[in-house]
Design a protein around this ligand. Structure first.
Ligand code: FMN
Length: 517
């Protein structure tokens, strides 16, 4: 065994033990443990539970399994090699290395055990900050898939520090504890969104999801332009289809409801409310709908209607995505000729769904419908889109998707000529300009979601001042990892404070008001 293999086995044993002891699946909500005196159940945060279990698992794992699986065979190996005169020299460093790894892991476990929730959260984000660069050794699609699988297993930092009250936003009757969301395309098949919520996003959008499963475009289909903080992708709506995403969302909703019911009966510790966002309902989850490649343009509306019918009951909001550049003809649906007809059908199916759900369950659920547009529209296109959207009664607009434009510095990059949509920093100004124009035209009557090139709290603040009620990002998160989330929220709260705003609400559209206030 090489030193690297010994280290790997130690880490895998540790992780397996932790993941097995805690049901660290997506909905790691609060867990009750029995107090030592067998008195009333004591409510501990999952982080504390995880830390304690981790420390115990570590102790057990190191003494038993590690000894049985790692050290014993290793010793046997050493013994058999002892006959070889060279063996001692070759291997003498290894037990010491294994002991070093074990000691380091035990110290980390003991350290985690001693931390309170806030410190533990900060430490977890720090750890992921160090791990993020390891993703760079893989090609971008593999790295993304590995990330999704880890997140789906709950391997993610958990935010237990409450969001600053100034960051809260209310829109469409939903409460967002902060305005920073994860944009569509990251969790296309709704596998990872609970872990993404738990790391502190104010909301997560799953999809784009298509009615039938489809593989998307041939690989390679995503390219890093790291020096520019940008990505070009031409995934082409690779999707498992509505069915699997719906099943995962339904399971999540059932879990949240069950946990919420539990909280409704035990929401306090020592007479105090539980001071954790985990005690709240999960953050809003949007469902972004796409169309199958083989669905003809004339029947495109049917795919979105199917999406509403199949997934609307599980969605906090629905997005009609007609702006991805990687499905032939899709962006034509933004034209005057198509848009009103399409939106009319989608909104009608949403209204029908609301009536049906009320009849069946007695509960009202009428998810708002948002339109996601491209940043490449001309001013006259923007006017047409806004007119069609507002006259049909669309509830919000997401500005924007990726761009097909290639600024000069991108053209010069080795991957700059790849076909697809460009996202990240080069998109920031362009998408903010379109957002600003849409805000002017809608006069702040419907909430807007600013998306494109957001990589810092200050960028998010710029979108809010331009007219966004909520903000999304994708590319910066793919590069920066989870640590970016708390960092951006902190910076956004600072921007608001410095300009004298008590809340995000007060700053929305500030650039359009006299004196920028
Ligand atoms: C790899 C990748 C895949 C994407 N897939 C989708 C998608 O399926 N549906 C969608 O509406 N937007 C998709 N987007 C667009 C993002 O949601 C977002 O609108 C765009 O990337 C701009 O934000 P950013 O600059 O923060 O990345 C994708 C973006 C990237 C980089």
């Amino acid at each position: 065994m090489t030193p690297a293999e010994v280290g790997y086995v130690a880490v895998v044993l540790f992780c397996k033990k932790v993941l097995a002891t805690k049901k660290f699946s997506s909905n790691h909500l609060q867990i009750k443990t029995q107090s030592p005196s067998h008195g009333p159940p004591r409510v501990m945060s999952p982080t504390a539970v995880l830390a304690r279990r981790g420390a115990r698992a570590l102790a057990a794992g190191l003494t038993q399994r590690a000894s049985a699986r790692v050290v014993a065979p290793f010793r046997r190996g050493l013994a058999s090699q002892a006959a070889d005169a060279n063996a001692t020299n070759q291997s003498s460093g290894l037990p010491r290395f294994a002991a070093l790894i074990g000691t380091a892991a035990a110290s980390a476990g003991a350290y985690a055990f001693l931390l309170d929730d806030t410190q533990s959260s900060a430490a977890q984000f720090k750890l992921f900050e160090y791990l993020a660069p390891t993703m760079r050794v893989m090609d971008p699609e593999t790295a993304h898939n590995v990330g999704i699988e880890l997140l789906a297993k709950g391997v993610a930092p958990m935010e237990t520090r409450p969001d600053h009250p100034s960051l809260a936003v209310d829109a469409w009757g939903l409460r967002f504890t902060n305005p920073l969301g994860l944009a569509a395309g990251f969790d296309k098949d709704a596998k990872a969104f609970p872990a993404l919520e738990s790391m502190g996003f104010g909301f997560v959008e799953i999809g784009s999801v298509t009615p039938k499963p489809q593989p998307g475009n041939p690989k390679p289909r995503v390219f890093r332009l790291r020096e520019h903080g940008a990505v070009i992708n031409r995934y082409g709506f690779n999707s498992e289809g509505h069915g699997p995403a719906r099943t995962r969302l339904e399971a999540y909703r059932a879990n949240v409801r069950a946990t919420q019911a539990e909280f409704d009966t035990t929401p306090v510790v020592d007479g105090e409310p539980v001071p954790s966002r985990l005690a709240m309902r999960g953050a809003p989850v949007g469902v972004n709908l796409g169309k199958n490649k083989l669905t003809p343009e004339a029947a495109a509306a049917d795919d979105y209607v199917l999406g509403v019918q199949s997934m609307g009951h599980t969605a906090d909001y629905i997005v009609v995505n007609i702006s991805s550049p990687n499905t032939p003809g899709l962006r034509n649906l933004q034209s005057k000729a198509h848009l009103k007809g399409l939106l009319g059908k989608v909104l009608k199916s949403r209204d029908d769904l609301a009536v049906k759900l009320k009849k069946e369950s007695g509960h009202s659920h009428k998810p708002p419908v948002l339109l996601k547009i491209a940043p490449d529209l001309t001013d006259s296109d923007i006017k047409d889109v806004v007119h069609a959207a507002t006259s049909c009664g669309v509830d919000g607009i997401i500005v924007s998707n990726t761009t097909i434009a290639r600024p000069d510095e991108i053209k010069a990059h080795i991957s700059g000529g790849e076909a697809g949509g460009l996202s990240g920093k080069p998109l920031l100004d362009k998408s903010t300009a379109v957002l600003s124009r849409v805000y002017e035209l809608t006069r702040g009557k419907i909430p807007l979601v600013g998306c494109g090139g957001v990589a810092s709290g200050r960028d998010a603040y710029a979108k809010i001042r331009a007219g966004a009620s909520l903000v999304q990002m994708y590319t910066a998160f793919a590069y920066g990892g989870p640590a970016l989330v708390p960092e951006m929220k902190e910076e956004l709260a600072r921007c608001l404070r410095e300009d004298g705003y008590g809340s995000v609400r007060d700053a929305i559209g500030a650039d359009h008001r006299k004196g920028g206030r």
